[in-house]
Design a protein around this ligand. Structure first.
Ligand code: SF4
Length: 271
């Protein structure tokens, strides 16, 4: 059975696996997959955080079979698995992968989701919801979709009992600290102890926005902290204490792909 998994990245020292699924049901203008398709945290990709986008990254063409995903993670003796993507929950195989990993390895399974559709959380131990914007018009403009079902699913996820957090990308002058404060108020209406992470925007796609400064990130944290007890930021300049390598495709396959002639901007394929 084929899955939507196109990339497995692995931190050997911590036994953490990053499982990437292709396909999404919304179209964020700032989606990082426009710039980097394979895990942004791979050692080989760390320099891309600050790089200017150069056209749109090519969509992956190879996907893993269910048994290969499980066998690979068993071989790695994975302890912690992040299901991310694009949108992992769109893969009908996702709940079965999570179940098999619980059964074979007793992993801690973490789902990163946009919550546009309520995900099957039966075999997840943590969930992180990406909230793009609170203002519906802004959300529509940024993603092409209303946020109504997302805002309905957020408390449903909380009440499912699976520990959850939320995160938002801070984009100066667009999804700025005032909007972050509105999102924080919404999260607090569910529970003011939900962890909230503010991520600094990295330039991706054909957008006019710049990265926020450290002071702008701090201002957004301050605005959110008026309403929430656990607000953190990822500025992108934090040192990382472990290496991350690609298992599928292999590092050698990624090397070969980088040596191949450049392909002119190709458009992302959204499921
Ligand atoms: S939800 Fe995530 S994967 Fe989907 S378009 Fe937005 S940033 Fe990209």
């Amino acid at each position: 059975m084929q899955t939507n998994v196109y990339n497995i990245a692995f931190a050997e020292s911590t036994k953490q696996v990053y499982l990437h699924f292709w396909g999404c049901n919304i179209k964020c203008k700032g989606c990082v997959c426009q710039k980097v398709v394979y895990d942004f945290m791979l050692d080989r990709n760390m320099h891309l955080h600050l790089a200017e986008p150069r056209g749109l990254a090519a969509a992956p063409e190879r996907f893993m079979a269910f048994n290969d995903v499980i066998d690979t993670l068993v071989g790695l003796e994975a302890k912690w698995v992040l299901f991310e993507g694009q949108e992992a929950s769109l893969d009908p195989q996702m709940p079965f992968i999570a179940e098999a990993l619980h059964r074979h390895l007793g992993t801690t399974n973490v789902l990163l989701t946009n919550a546009f559709v309520m995900p099957d959380l039966r075999h997840f131990d943590k969930v992180a919801v990406g909230l793009k914007a609170f203002n519906e018009n802004l959300h529509r403009e940024y993603t092409g979709e209303s946020n109504r079902t997302i805002l309905e699913n957020f408390p449903r996820i909380f009440h499912s009992g699976v520990p959850m957090m939320a995160e938002t990308v801070l984009i100066p002058g667009y999804i700025d600290y005032q909007e972050i404060e509105q999102i924080a108020k919404f999260i607090a209406s569910v529970d003011k102890n939900i962890r909230y992470q503010i991520d600094a925007y990295f330039k991706a796609g054909n957008n006019p926005w710049r990265r926020p400064t450290a002071d702008e990130v701090d201002r957004a944290v301050e605005a959110a902290s008026k309403h929430l007890n656990n607000v953190y930021a990822y500025k992108g300049s934090e040192p990382r204490e472990f290496g991350v390598k690609s298992i599928f495709p292999t590092e050698a396959e990624l090397d070969a792909a980088e040596l191949a002639p450049a392909v002119e901007s190709r458009h992302l394929v959204y499921a």
